[in-house]
Write a protein that binds this ligand. Structure first.
Ligand code: PRP
Ligand code: URA
Length: 212
């Protein structure tokens, strides 16, 4: 399903894996594996407009013009911590992707993002940048990440891949960054009093890393 620049996957495999992921009985080992698998499944749609170049190759039978990815780099930007869980799933299909790390945590009182780490590859400005974060709640973290990528690193082609997005976050980002394409495996309606997504899946970082 697509609403403007927001794409919600309705593929049966993705819905099936999301049901297991959301279940509170799913433990760290399975949760981590599912986050990775979901990221891989989403890559096809997210990269469907990557530029191609024509190349001449020779099959065992004849010469032909074929298509390969053009030289535009792809940079993955996981928002730490939870975004790290999606990196391997994407590099399974794009092994040449560079990875820039952006460390942010939500202040427990105001729920606003605090940046604590940032390291980007040199070619990030000219890359197709894929921001990775399983949870897109108020949109504060993604908004801050996109601000950094645009203002400090001059990125022009940025897209977000998340697992659960919440409508308040989507509405916020559409106003702040109407050019940002958002790909999510589920779109939930609301947030609770702690700004957690309802029904969501709980704290993604804790469930990936087993910290709670
Ligand atoms: C979570 C999540 C997002 C953010 C989403 O990170 O991984 O980065 O919250 O919330 P928002 O849309 O309201 O900004 P958290 O702050 O829990 O850090 P962690 O990944 O280190 O656990
Ligand atoms: N961060 C999470 O990990 N989960 C939420 O529901 C909201 C923010």
């Amino acid at each position: 399903m697509q609403e403007g620049k927001v794409f919600v996957f309705d593929h049966p495999l993705i819905q099936h894996k999301m049901a297991i992921l959301r279940n509170k009985e799913t433990g760290t080992k399975d949760f981590r594996a599912l986050v990775k698998e979901l990221a891989t499944l989403m890559v096809y749609e997210v990269t469907k407009d990557l530029p191609l170049k024509e190349v001449e190759i020779e099959t065992p039978i004849a010469k032909m013009q074929a298509h390969m990815l053009a030289d535009k780099p792809v940079t993955l930007v996981p928002i730490l911590r939870a975004g790290l869980g999606m990196v391997d799933g994407v590099t399974t299909l794009i092994p040449t992707a560079k990875v820039g790390h952006l460390g942010m945590y939500r202040d427990p009182v105001r729920h606003e993002p605090c940046e604590y780490y940032c390291k980007m590859p040199a070619e990030v400005a000219d890359s197709t940048v894929i921001v990775l974060d399983p949870m897109f709640a108020t949109g504060g973290s993604v908004n801050a990440a996109v601000n950094v990528l645009k203002n400090k690193y001059h990125c022009k082609d940025i897209r977000l891949v998340c697992l659960v997005a919440a409508r308040p976050g989507v509405e916020r980002i559409q106003k702040a960054h109407p050019d940002l394409a958002v790909y999510c495996a589920a779109l939930d309606d609301k947030l609770n009093e702690h700004d957690y997504i309802v029904p969501g899946l709980g704290d993604a970082g804790d469930r990936i890393f087993g910290t709670k």
